[in-house]
Design a protein around this ligand. Structure first.
Ligand code: MG
Length: 270
C-alpha cells in the first residue's frame, strides 16, 4: 500500500529533506583530489547527529545481509551504489557518487549526487549531466494523475539516445517513516502503466546510468554494486512530495529553494 502523507507529515519530510540536502552540499564542496570517502563519511555522520537526526544507513540490514556500516554510500567510478567508505585518497579524474539518508522526528530524507574529482573527461561530464537531467525529467513527471510508469519512461527516453546502460537491478522507492516504502520506481517504463500517482505521495527518485552495460554485480562485502564491465556509473537522487500543484523537491537547501522558486514546473516550499 502506498501511504499518502498528511500536511503535518509533509512538514517533517520538508525538515529532514532540507537537513540531508545541507549535508549533501557540504560534502560536494569538500570533494577534491586527496580527500577520502571516509573523511566525507565522518563529516556527514557528525552533521546528522549534531542536528538531532539518525544516520539511516548505519546498521541498515536487509534479511540475510551484513548491516551497512557507514552513514553514506560512497561509490567511485565503476561502483554504482552502496559503496563502502575507505581511506583511499580520491584521485583527479575519478567520479564519486555519494548517497545519504537521515531520519529526523521519525521521517526519512534520501538524496544522492555524483561529483567529479578535479577535472574529469568530457565523457564523464556528460554522463553526470544526463543523469541529473533524467532526474529532473522524472521529477517533472511525478504529478497527480500520472502513473509510476511515466516516471520511468521519462528517465528511459532521455537516457537511451546516449546509449547509456540504464540500471534495472535497483530502483527508486516510496519514502516516509521508512526509507523504503511502496511503490518501487523503476528507471524505465511505459507511459500510463503501474500505480497511479496521488497528492501526498513521497518518492525517492534515483536514476543510475552506466557508460557501458546496464548489468550489475555485487562484491564480496555483500553491498558494493559495480558495473559488470567495469565502466563508470553515475547516480542522482532527490526525495520529492507530490502535491496537488505538482512535484515538490524536498531535498534542497534553503538557497537552492530560493533559486528554484522562479521555475513554474516545480513547486517549492516557502
Ligand atoms: Mg534511495
Amino acid at each position: 500500500m502506498i501511504v499518502a502523507k498528511s500536511q503535518k507529515d509533509l512538514e517533517k519530510m520538508r525538515a529532514v529533506g532540507e537537513l540531508i540536502a545541507t549535508v549533501r552540499e557540504t560534502l560536494r564542496g569538500m570533494i577534491e583530489p586527496g580527500i577520502s570517502s571516509l573523511d566525507l563519511n565522518e563529516v556527514a555522520e557528525k552533521m546528522m547527529r549534531d542536528a538531532g537526526a539518525i544516520p539511516t544507513f548505519i546498521g541498515y540490514k536487509p534479511r540475510g545481509m551484513v548491516p551497512f556500516p557507514f552513514a553514506i554510500c560512497a561509490s567511485v567510478n565503476e561502483q554504482i551504489v552502496h559503496g563502502f567508505s575507505t581511506k583511499r585518497p580520491l584521485e583527479e579524474g575519478d567520479i564519486l557518487s555519494i548517497d545519504m539518508a537521515c531520519t529526523l522526528e521519525g521521517f526519512v530524507g534520501d538524496t544522492a549526487t555524483t561529483v567529479p574529482v578535479g577535472e574529469v573527461s568530457d565523457e564523464l561530464k556528460q554522463l553526470i549531466r544526463v543523469t541529473e537531467e533524467c532526474l529532473e525529467k522524472a521529477i517533472a513527471a511525478s504529478r497527480p494523475g500520472n502513473r509510476v510508469g511515466d516516471i520511468g519512461h521519462a528517465v528511459q527516453s532521455h537516457a537511451e539516445p546516449y546509449g547509456y546502460g540504464i540500471v534495472r537491478d535497483y530502483t527508486g522507492h516510496g519514502i516516509g517513516r521508512s526509507m523504503h516504502e511502496a511503490p518501487q520506481i523503476p528507471n524505465y517504463g511505459r507511459p500510463g502503466t503501474r500505480e497511479k500517482i496521488r497528492a501526498g505521495y513521497c518518492f525517492a527518485i534515483e536514476p543510475m546510468l552506466n557508460l557501458g552495460s546496464a548489468d550489475t554485480k555485487t562484491l564480496e562485502d555483500q553491498w558494493t554494486v559495480v558495473t559488470i564491465d567495469g565502466k563508470p556509473s553515475a547516480h542522482a537522487e532527490h526525495t520529492i512530495a507530490v502535491t496537488a500543484d505538482g512535484p515538490e523537491i524536498l531535498t534542497l537547501t534553503k538557497e537552492q529553494k530560493a533559486a528554484l522558486s522562479k521555475n513554474s514546473e516545480i513547486t517549492v516550499a516557502a
